[in-house]
Design a protein around this ligand. Structure first.
Ligand SMILES: Cc1cc2nc3c(=O)[nH]c(=O)nc-3n(C[C@H](O)[C@H](O)[C@H](O)COP(=O)(O)OP(=O)(O)OC[C@H]3O[C@@H](n4cnc5c(N)ncnc54)[C@H](O)[C@@H]3O)c2cc1C
Length: 448
Protein backbone atom coordinates (compact mmCIF):
# COMPACT_ATOMS: atom_id res chain seq x y z
CA UNK A 1 0.00 0.00 0.00
CA UNK A 2 1.45 3.36 -1.04
CA UNK A 3 1.63 6.14 1.53
CA UNK A 4 3.34 9.41 0.71
CA UNK A 5 4.90 11.66 3.32
CA UNK A 6 5.28 15.17 1.91
CA UNK A 7 7.67 17.47 3.77
CA UNK A 8 6.96 21.18 3.19
CA UNK A 9 3.58 22.82 2.69
CA UNK A 10 4.46 25.54 0.19
CA UNK A 11 2.53 25.39 -3.05
CA UNK A 12 4.69 22.50 -4.35
CA UNK A 13 3.92 20.37 -1.28
CA UNK A 14 0.25 21.35 -1.15
CA UNK A 15 -0.17 20.61 -4.86
CA UNK A 16 1.50 17.21 -4.32
CA UNK A 17 -0.97 16.53 -1.50
CA UNK A 18 -3.88 17.55 -3.68
CA UNK A 19 -2.75 15.24 -6.47
CA UNK A 20 -2.36 12.34 -4.03
CA UNK A 21 -5.85 12.95 -2.71
CA UNK A 22 -7.28 13.14 -6.21
CA UNK A 23 -5.66 9.83 -7.11
CA UNK A 24 -6.89 8.13 -3.95
CA UNK A 25 -3.40 7.68 -2.47
CA UNK A 26 -2.76 7.80 1.27
CA UNK A 27 -0.62 10.84 2.21
CA UNK A 28 0.34 13.48 4.79
CA UNK A 29 1.76 16.98 4.28
CA UNK A 30 4.04 18.15 7.12
CA UNK A 31 4.68 21.90 7.25
CA UNK A 32 6.87 23.51 9.89
CA UNK A 33 5.55 27.03 9.69
CA UNK A 34 2.87 28.40 7.38
CA UNK A 35 0.79 26.68 4.71
CA UNK A 36 1.59 28.28 1.36
CA UNK A 37 5.27 28.92 2.15
CA UNK A 38 6.32 32.08 0.33
CA UNK A 39 2.70 32.98 -0.43
CA UNK A 40 1.50 35.41 2.20
CA UNK A 41 -1.66 37.46 1.82
CA UNK A 42 -2.72 39.87 4.57
CA UNK A 43 -6.36 40.97 4.45
CA UNK A 44 -6.86 44.00 6.64
CA UNK A 45 -9.23 47.01 6.72
CA UNK A 46 -10.13 46.74 3.05
CA UNK A 47 -6.53 46.09 1.90
CA UNK A 48 -5.33 42.87 0.31
CA UNK A 49 -1.57 42.87 0.78
CA UNK A 50 0.73 40.34 -0.89
CA UNK A 51 4.03 40.40 0.94
CA UNK A 52 5.28 37.52 -1.24
CA UNK A 53 4.24 36.53 -4.76
CA UNK A 54 1.94 38.99 -6.43
CA UNK A 55 0.57 37.11 -9.44
CA UNK A 56 0.86 34.15 -11.78
CA UNK A 57 1.58 34.40 -15.49
CA UNK A 58 -1.30 33.11 -17.59
CA UNK A 59 0.75 31.47 -20.30
CA UNK A 60 2.06 28.86 -17.83
CA UNK A 61 -1.27 27.14 -17.23
CA UNK A 62 -0.66 24.93 -14.17
CA UNK A 63 -1.70 27.33 -11.39
CA UNK A 64 -4.91 28.44 -13.06
CA UNK A 65 -5.72 24.85 -14.02
CA UNK A 66 -5.43 23.84 -10.35
CA UNK A 67 -7.53 26.86 -9.35
CA UNK A 68 -10.18 25.69 -11.81
CA UNK A 69 -10.21 22.19 -10.28
CA UNK A 70 -10.63 23.76 -6.83
CA UNK A 71 -13.68 25.76 -7.98
CA UNK A 72 -11.91 29.15 -8.07
CA UNK A 73 -12.46 29.89 -11.77
CA UNK A 74 -14.84 32.78 -11.10
CA UNK A 75 -12.45 34.29 -8.56
CA UNK A 76 -9.55 34.70 -10.99
CA UNK A 77 -8.79 38.36 -11.65
CA UNK A 78 -6.56 40.11 -14.18
CA UNK A 79 -4.54 43.28 -13.89
CA UNK A 80 -6.17 46.48 -15.06
CA UNK A 81 -5.01 47.25 -18.62
CA UNK A 82 -2.40 50.01 -18.74
CA UNK A 83 -0.59 51.72 -21.58
CA UNK A 84 2.30 51.90 -20.99
CA UNK A 85 2.26 48.87 -18.72
CA UNK A 86 5.24 50.06 -16.68
CA UNK A 87 8.35 52.21 -16.78
CA UNK A 88 12.08 51.66 -16.52
CA UNK A 89 14.23 54.33 -14.97
CA UNK A 90 17.34 54.90 -17.04
CA UNK A 91 19.68 57.91 -16.90
CA UNK A 92 17.49 59.61 -14.30
CA UNK A 93 14.23 59.44 -16.29
CA UNK A 94 11.27 57.07 -16.44
CA UNK A 95 10.80 55.54 -19.88
CA UNK A 96 7.78 53.41 -20.87
CA UNK A 97 8.37 49.70 -21.45
CA UNK A 98 8.18 49.09 -25.20
CA UNK A 99 4.86 47.51 -26.16
CA UNK A 100 4.58 43.81 -26.95
CA UNK A 101 7.44 42.34 -24.95
CA UNK A 102 7.95 38.58 -25.17
CA UNK A 103 9.46 37.93 -21.70
CA UNK A 104 12.16 40.57 -22.21
CA UNK A 105 12.40 40.57 -26.01
CA UNK A 106 10.86 43.39 -28.06
CA UNK A 107 8.50 41.75 -30.57
CA UNK A 108 7.44 44.88 -32.45
CA UNK A 109 9.83 46.93 -34.52
CA UNK A 110 7.78 50.16 -34.21
CA UNK A 111 8.00 50.42 -30.39
CA UNK A 112 11.63 49.27 -30.55
CA UNK A 113 12.47 52.07 -33.00
CA UNK A 114 10.58 54.68 -30.96
CA UNK A 115 11.64 53.80 -27.41
CA UNK A 116 13.93 56.32 -25.70
CA UNK A 117 15.33 53.42 -23.62
CA UNK A 118 18.09 52.79 -26.17
CA UNK A 119 20.47 55.10 -28.00
CA UNK A 120 20.33 55.21 -31.81
CA UNK A 121 23.42 53.04 -31.91
CA UNK A 122 21.78 50.68 -29.40
CA UNK A 123 18.68 50.38 -31.60
CA UNK A 124 20.78 49.67 -34.69
CA UNK A 125 22.65 47.01 -32.70
CA UNK A 126 19.38 45.45 -31.50
CA UNK A 127 18.11 45.32 -35.09
CA UNK A 128 21.20 43.28 -36.05
CA UNK A 129 19.35 40.40 -34.36
CA UNK A 130 17.34 40.18 -37.60
CA UNK A 131 20.49 39.21 -39.47
CA UNK A 132 22.76 37.47 -36.99
CA UNK A 133 23.27 33.71 -37.36
CA UNK A 134 22.28 31.27 -34.62
CA UNK A 135 24.66 31.01 -31.69
CA UNK A 136 26.36 27.86 -30.41
CA UNK A 137 24.40 24.92 -29.03
CA UNK A 138 24.35 24.45 -25.26
CA UNK A 139 24.01 26.68 -22.26
CA UNK A 140 25.31 30.21 -21.79
CA UNK A 141 24.86 33.03 -19.29
CA UNK A 142 21.63 34.95 -19.86
CA UNK A 143 23.46 38.30 -19.95
CA UNK A 144 25.88 37.01 -22.63
CA UNK A 145 22.99 35.68 -24.70
CA UNK A 146 21.03 38.95 -24.71
CA UNK A 147 24.16 41.01 -25.40
CA UNK A 148 25.17 38.63 -28.19
CA UNK A 149 21.80 38.89 -29.93
CA UNK A 150 20.52 42.37 -29.06
CA UNK A 151 23.45 44.33 -27.69
CA UNK A 152 24.43 46.02 -24.45
CA UNK A 153 21.73 48.72 -24.40
CA UNK A 154 18.95 46.12 -24.46
CA UNK A 155 20.68 44.24 -21.67
CA UNK A 156 21.44 47.20 -19.40
CA UNK A 157 18.26 49.18 -19.93
CA UNK A 158 15.60 46.52 -20.44
CA UNK A 159 16.45 42.86 -19.91
CA UNK A 160 18.56 43.22 -16.75
CA UNK A 161 16.12 45.47 -14.82
CA UNK A 162 13.13 43.36 -15.91
CA UNK A 163 14.66 40.02 -14.93
CA UNK A 164 16.22 41.46 -11.77
CA UNK A 165 12.72 42.62 -10.83
CA UNK A 166 11.32 39.12 -11.38
CA UNK A 167 14.12 36.70 -10.48
CA UNK A 168 16.00 39.00 -8.11
CA UNK A 169 19.72 38.55 -7.51
CA UNK A 170 22.13 39.23 -10.37
CA UNK A 171 20.45 38.11 -13.59
CA UNK A 172 23.68 38.23 -15.65
CA UNK A 173 24.85 34.73 -14.76
CA UNK A 174 21.46 33.00 -14.92
CA UNK A 175 21.50 29.87 -17.02
CA UNK A 176 19.76 30.48 -20.33
CA UNK A 177 18.69 26.85 -20.61
CA UNK A 178 17.42 26.53 -17.04
CA UNK A 179 15.81 29.94 -16.54
CA UNK A 180 14.79 30.97 -20.08
CA UNK A 181 14.64 27.80 -22.21
CA UNK A 182 11.94 29.42 -24.37
CA UNK A 183 14.39 32.10 -25.51
CA UNK A 184 17.00 29.54 -26.54
CA UNK A 185 14.25 27.66 -28.36
CA UNK A 186 13.26 30.90 -30.07
CA UNK A 187 16.78 31.27 -31.44
CA UNK A 188 16.95 27.58 -32.41
CA UNK A 189 13.66 27.74 -34.32
CA UNK A 190 13.55 31.24 -35.74
CA UNK A 191 17.20 32.35 -35.54
CA UNK A 192 16.11 35.97 -34.88
CA UNK A 193 14.64 36.62 -31.41
CA UNK A 194 12.66 39.60 -32.69
CA UNK A 195 11.06 37.68 -35.59
CA UNK A 196 10.41 34.65 -33.36
CA UNK A 197 8.85 36.84 -30.66
CA UNK A 198 6.56 38.46 -33.19
CA UNK A 199 5.08 35.04 -34.03
CA UNK A 200 4.97 33.89 -30.39
CA UNK A 201 3.13 37.02 -29.29
CA UNK A 202 0.60 36.71 -32.12
CA UNK A 203 -0.28 33.24 -30.90
CA UNK A 204 -0.16 34.01 -27.18
CA UNK A 205 -2.76 36.81 -27.13
CA UNK A 206 -1.74 37.84 -23.60
CA UNK A 207 0.04 41.12 -23.09
CA UNK A 208 1.12 43.41 -20.31
CA UNK A 209 -0.69 46.34 -21.90
CA UNK A 210 -3.93 44.39 -22.29
CA UNK A 211 -3.86 43.51 -18.59
CA UNK A 212 -4.09 39.82 -19.45
CA UNK A 213 -0.56 38.58 -18.78
CA UNK A 214 -0.89 38.29 -15.00
CA UNK A 215 -3.65 36.70 -12.96
CA UNK A 216 -4.47 36.52 -9.27
CA UNK A 217 -7.55 35.92 -7.13
CA UNK A 218 -10.25 38.25 -5.77
CA UNK A 219 -9.06 37.66 -2.22
CA UNK A 220 -5.38 37.40 -3.06
CA UNK A 221 -2.94 34.59 -3.77
CA UNK A 222 -3.78 32.94 -0.45
CA UNK A 223 -7.18 32.01 -1.86
CA UNK A 224 -5.44 29.19 -3.71
CA UNK A 225 -3.66 28.14 -0.52
CA UNK A 226 -6.92 28.31 1.48
CA UNK A 227 -8.72 26.16 -1.08
CA UNK A 228 -5.91 23.59 -0.96
CA UNK A 229 -5.95 23.62 2.85
CA UNK A 230 -9.71 23.06 2.88
CA UNK A 231 -9.35 20.23 0.41
CA UNK A 232 -6.53 18.48 2.32
CA UNK A 233 -8.19 18.82 5.73
CA UNK A 234 -6.38 16.96 8.51
CA UNK A 235 -3.91 15.47 5.99
CA UNK A 236 -2.04 18.79 6.30
CA UNK A 237 -0.27 19.14 9.62
CA UNK A 238 0.98 22.65 10.39
CA UNK A 239 3.68 23.22 13.03
CA UNK A 240 5.25 19.93 12.10
CA UNK A 241 8.85 20.73 11.23
CA UNK A 242 10.64 17.59 10.12
CA UNK A 243 13.88 17.10 12.02
CA UNK A 244 15.21 13.97 10.33
CA UNK A 245 14.35 11.25 7.86
CA UNK A 246 15.40 7.58 7.89
CA UNK A 247 15.16 4.79 5.39
CA UNK A 248 13.33 1.70 6.63
CA UNK A 249 13.08 -1.79 5.18
CA UNK A 250 9.96 -0.84 3.19
CA UNK A 251 10.05 2.93 2.92
CA UNK A 252 10.68 5.96 5.09
CA UNK A 253 10.35 7.12 8.67
CA UNK A 254 10.12 10.85 9.25
CA UNK A 255 10.69 12.42 12.65
CA UNK A 256 8.98 15.68 13.50
CA UNK A 257 7.90 17.47 16.66
CA UNK A 258 4.50 15.80 16.44
CA UNK A 259 5.94 12.34 16.26
CA UNK A 260 7.21 9.80 13.78
CA UNK A 261 5.38 9.18 10.51
CA UNK A 262 5.97 6.27 8.17
CA UNK A 263 5.39 6.02 4.47
CA UNK A 264 6.38 4.11 1.36
CA UNK A 265 7.40 7.33 -0.42
CA UNK A 266 8.94 10.61 0.65
CA UNK A 267 8.48 13.88 -1.24
CA UNK A 268 10.69 16.69 0.01
CA UNK A 269 9.13 20.00 -1.05
CA UNK A 270 11.30 22.35 1.02
CA UNK A 271 13.96 24.85 -0.03
CA UNK A 272 17.12 23.07 -1.27
CA UNK A 273 19.32 23.77 1.82
CA UNK A 274 16.61 22.31 4.09
CA UNK A 275 16.42 19.26 1.83
CA UNK A 276 20.22 18.92 2.13
CA UNK A 277 19.98 19.07 5.96
CA UNK A 278 17.48 16.21 5.95
CA UNK A 279 19.22 14.05 3.34
CA UNK A 280 22.95 14.49 4.10
CA UNK A 281 22.78 12.33 7.29
CA UNK A 282 21.43 9.36 5.30
CA UNK A 283 24.28 9.64 2.79
CA UNK A 284 22.27 11.13 -0.10
CA UNK A 285 24.77 11.30 -2.96
CA UNK A 286 23.80 14.80 -4.14
CA UNK A 287 23.51 16.58 -0.77
CA UNK A 288 26.45 18.83 -1.75
CA UNK A 289 24.71 19.78 -5.02
CA UNK A 290 21.58 20.70 -3.07
CA UNK A 291 23.66 23.06 -0.92
CA UNK A 292 25.35 24.57 -3.97
CA UNK A 293 22.12 25.94 -5.44
CA UNK A 294 22.55 29.64 -4.66
CA UNK A 295 19.69 31.45 -2.94
CA UNK A 296 19.15 35.13 -2.44
CA UNK A 297 17.01 37.06 -0.05
CA UNK A 298 14.01 39.17 -0.97
CA UNK A 299 11.89 41.69 0.90
CA UNK A 300 8.82 43.76 0.17
CA UNK A 301 7.63 46.98 1.76
CA UNK A 302 4.04 47.93 0.96
CA UNK A 303 2.98 51.49 1.77
CA UNK A 304 -0.55 52.88 1.85
CA UNK A 305 -1.04 56.63 1.36
CA UNK A 306 -4.14 58.78 1.22
CA UNK A 307 -4.66 59.04 -2.51
CA UNK A 308 -5.77 62.66 -2.54
CA UNK A 309 -2.26 63.79 -1.54
CA UNK A 310 -0.27 61.38 -3.68
CA UNK A 311 1.66 62.53 -6.79
CA UNK A 312 0.57 60.99 -10.09
CA UNK A 313 2.16 57.64 -10.98
CA UNK A 314 2.02 56.05 -14.44
CA UNK A 315 1.27 52.45 -15.42
CA UNK A 316 1.66 49.52 -13.04
CA UNK A 317 5.04 50.53 -11.70
CA UNK A 318 8.66 51.30 -12.35
CA UNK A 319 11.86 49.25 -12.42
CA UNK A 320 15.31 50.68 -11.88
CA UNK A 321 18.26 50.07 -14.18
CA UNK A 322 21.50 49.36 -12.33
CA UNK A 323 23.51 52.39 -11.19
CA UNK A 324 20.44 54.61 -10.91
CA UNK A 325 21.18 54.82 -7.19
CA UNK A 326 18.00 53.26 -5.78
CA UNK A 327 18.02 50.60 -3.05
CA UNK A 328 14.86 48.83 -4.24
CA UNK A 329 14.66 46.98 -7.56
CA UNK A 330 11.44 48.78 -8.34
CA UNK A 331 7.96 49.77 -7.25
CA UNK A 332 4.54 48.39 -8.14
CA UNK A 333 1.58 50.77 -8.02
CA UNK A 334 -0.80 48.17 -6.65
CA UNK A 335 -3.88 50.41 -6.64
CA UNK A 336 -3.35 50.92 -10.39
CA UNK A 337 -2.44 47.31 -11.18
CA UNK A 338 -5.00 45.56 -8.97
CA UNK A 339 -7.52 48.24 -7.85
CA UNK A 340 -9.44 45.78 -5.63
CA UNK A 341 -6.40 45.38 -3.36
CA UNK A 342 -6.41 48.96 -2.03
CA UNK A 343 -9.01 50.26 0.42
CA UNK A 344 -11.10 53.07 -1.10
CA UNK A 345 -9.26 56.38 -1.20
CA UNK A 346 -5.75 54.89 -0.82
CA UNK A 347 -2.74 54.62 -3.07
CA UNK A 348 -0.80 51.40 -2.50
CA UNK A 349 2.89 51.20 -3.44
CA UNK A 350 5.09 48.10 -3.09
CA UNK A 351 8.88 48.25 -3.07
CA UNK A 352 10.75 45.05 -3.99
CA UNK A 353 14.24 44.43 -2.59
CA UNK A 354 16.53 41.60 -3.57
CA UNK A 355 19.99 40.41 -2.54
CA UNK A 356 21.95 41.85 0.40
CA UNK A 357 19.71 44.96 0.65
CA UNK A 358 16.77 42.67 1.44
CA UNK A 359 18.52 41.50 4.62
CA UNK A 360 18.30 44.91 6.32
CA UNK A 361 16.05 45.32 9.37
CA UNK A 362 12.35 46.05 8.76
CA UNK A 363 12.89 49.58 10.09
CA UNK A 364 15.78 50.19 7.64
CA UNK A 365 13.83 48.65 4.73
CA UNK A 366 10.96 51.05 5.42
CA UNK A 367 13.37 54.01 5.44
CA UNK A 368 14.96 52.87 2.18
CA UNK A 369 11.55 52.40 0.53
CA UNK A 370 10.39 55.87 1.60
CA UNK A 371 13.68 57.47 0.46
CA UNK A 372 13.45 55.80 -2.92
CA UNK A 373 9.83 56.80 -3.31
CA UNK A 374 10.42 60.46 -2.54
CA UNK A 375 13.44 60.53 -4.87
CA UNK A 376 11.18 59.15 -7.56
CA UNK A 377 8.00 61.14 -6.97
CA UNK A 378 9.08 64.25 -5.08
CA UNK A 379 7.14 65.22 -1.94
CA UNK A 380 5.00 62.34 -0.69
CA UNK A 381 2.56 62.31 2.26
CA UNK A 382 3.18 60.32 5.45
CA UNK A 383 2.21 56.69 4.87
CA UNK A 384 -0.99 55.62 6.65
CA UNK A 385 0.08 51.98 6.89
CA UNK A 386 3.26 49.99 6.12
CA UNK A 387 3.63 46.21 5.77
CA UNK A 388 7.17 44.77 5.60
CA UNK A 389 8.32 41.19 5.11
CA UNK A 390 11.75 39.71 4.47
CA UNK A 391 12.29 36.25 3.05
CA UNK A 392 15.55 34.46 3.66
CA UNK A 393 16.32 31.78 1.07
CA UNK A 394 13.65 33.52 -0.94
CA UNK A 395 14.55 32.56 -4.46
CA UNK A 396 16.90 29.95 -5.86
CA UNK A 397 19.09 31.26 -8.67
CA UNK A 398 19.39 28.97 -11.69
CA UNK A 399 22.93 29.97 -12.54
CA UNK A 400 24.97 28.46 -15.39
CA UNK A 401 25.55 24.82 -14.42
CA UNK A 402 22.08 24.43 -12.87
CA UNK A 403 21.00 21.73 -15.30
CA UNK A 404 24.09 19.59 -14.64
CA UNK A 405 23.53 20.01 -10.90
CA UNK A 406 19.88 19.08 -11.32
CA UNK A 407 20.83 15.99 -13.29
CA UNK A 408 23.06 14.82 -10.41
CA UNK A 409 20.24 15.46 -7.93
CA UNK A 410 17.73 13.56 -10.07
CA UNK A 411 20.20 10.66 -10.54
CA UNK A 412 20.85 10.47 -6.79
CA UNK A 413 17.08 10.54 -6.09
CA UNK A 414 16.51 7.74 -8.61
CA UNK A 415 19.08 5.66 -6.70
CA UNK A 416 17.20 6.30 -3.44
CA UNK A 417 13.98 4.28 -3.71
CA UNK A 418 10.81 6.22 -2.97
CA UNK A 419 12.45 9.66 -2.78
CA UNK A 420 11.33 12.72 -4.78
CA UNK A 421 12.51 16.33 -4.57
CA UNK A 422 10.16 19.05 -5.77
CA UNK A 423 9.76 22.82 -5.54
CA UNK A 424 11.26 26.07 -6.70
CA UNK A 425 14.87 24.89 -6.48
CA UNK A 426 14.65 22.55 -9.45
CA UNK A 427 12.50 22.92 -12.56
CA UNK A 428 11.08 26.44 -12.43
CA UNK A 429 10.86 29.14 -9.76
CA UNK A 430 7.35 30.47 -10.37
CA UNK A 431 4.11 29.35 -8.74
CA UNK A 432 2.83 27.59 -11.89
CA UNK A 433 6.02 25.53 -12.20
CA UNK A 434 6.16 24.44 -8.55
CA UNK A 435 2.52 23.32 -8.76
CA UNK A 436 3.33 21.31 -11.88
CA UNK A 437 6.40 19.85 -10.15
CA UNK A 438 4.53 18.70 -7.01
CA UNK A 439 1.72 17.13 -9.01
CA UNK A 440 4.08 15.41 -11.46
CA UNK A 441 5.97 13.64 -8.65
CA UNK A 442 2.73 12.15 -7.34
CA UNK A 443 1.65 11.13 -10.83
CA UNK A 444 4.95 9.25 -11.16
CA UNK A 445 4.47 7.53 -7.79
CA UNK A 446 0.91 6.59 -8.80
CA UNK A 447 2.17 5.04 -12.02
CA UNK A 448 4.91 2.97 -10.32
C1 LIG B 1 8.96 38.20 -2.59
C2 LIG B 1 8.65 37.14 -3.59
C3 LIG B 1 7.87 37.44 -4.70
C4 LIG B 1 7.55 36.45 -5.62
N1 LIG B 1 6.74 36.76 -6.67
C5 LIG B 1 6.27 35.78 -7.48
C6 LIG B 1 5.24 36.05 -8.43
O1 LIG B 1 4.73 37.18 -8.51
N2 LIG B 1 4.80 35.03 -9.21
C7 LIG B 1 5.32 33.75 -9.10
O2 LIG B 1 4.89 32.85 -9.86
N3 LIG B 1 6.29 33.47 -8.19
C8 LIG B 1 6.76 34.45 -7.37
N4 LIG B 1 7.69 34.16 -6.41
C9 LIG B 1 8.24 32.80 -6.34
C10 LIG B 1 7.26 31.83 -5.69
O3 LIG B 1 6.54 32.45 -4.68
C11 LIG B 1 7.99 30.65 -5.06
O4 LIG B 1 9.00 30.16 -5.89
C12 LIG B 1 7.05 29.52 -4.74
O5 LIG B 1 5.98 29.99 -3.94
C13 LIG B 1 7.85 28.42 -4.03
O6 LIG B 1 7.01 27.37 -3.66
P1 LIG B 1 7.62 26.06 -3.00
O7 LIG B 1 6.47 25.24 -2.54
O8 LIG B 1 8.59 25.44 -3.94
O9 LIG B 1 8.50 26.56 -1.81
P2 LIG B 1 8.17 27.40 -0.50
O10 LIG B 1 7.01 28.28 -0.71
O11 LIG B 1 9.48 27.98 -0.11
O12 LIG B 1 7.73 26.28 0.53
C14 LIG B 1 8.65 25.44 1.20
C15 LIG B 1 8.02 25.10 2.52
O13 LIG B 1 8.80 24.09 3.18
C16 LIG B 1 8.72 24.35 4.55
N5 LIG B 1 9.81 23.64 5.23
C17 LIG B 1 11.14 23.87 5.10
N6 LIG B 1 11.83 22.99 5.85
C18 LIG B 1 10.92 22.18 6.45
C19 LIG B 1 11.02 21.08 7.33
N7 LIG B 1 12.20 20.61 7.76
N8 LIG B 1 9.87 20.46 7.76
C20 LIG B 1 8.65 20.91 7.32
N9 LIG B 1 8.52 21.97 6.50
C21 LIG B 1 9.63 22.59 6.05
C22 LIG B 1 8.82 25.86 4.65
O14 LIG B 1 8.34 26.34 5.90
C23 LIG B 1 7.95 26.28 3.47
O15 LIG B 1 6.60 26.51 3.84
C24 LIG B 1 8.04 35.13 -5.46
C25 LIG B 1 8.84 34.82 -4.34
C26 LIG B 1 9.13 35.80 -3.43
C27 LIG B 1 9.94 35.44 -2.22
Amino acid sequence: MKRIIIVGGGLAGLAAGYEAQKRGLDFLVLEKDRAGGKVHTIRENGFIIETGPDAVVRYKPWALALAGELGLKDDVVSTLPAKPAAYIRVRGRNHPLPEGLNVVIPSKLGPLARTPLFSLKGKARAALDLLLPRGPEGDEAFGDFIRRRLGRDVWDNLAAPLTGGIYGGDPDNLSLLAAFPMLKELERRHRSLILGSLQTMRKRKTSREGGSLFASFKNGQAQLVDALKASLGDRLIIGSGVESVEKTSNGWRVLSKNGPYEGSHLIIATEAPNAADLLAPIGFAAAAELREIPYHSAATVTLAFEKANMPERGGHGVLFARNEGFSARGFTWLDQKWPHRAAAGYALCRAYFSGPEAEDSPQRLRELALNDLSRLLGAIPEPSRIWTESFKNAMPAYVVGHLERLEKIVRASAMTPGLYLVGAAYRGVGIPEVIRDGRAAVATIFAE
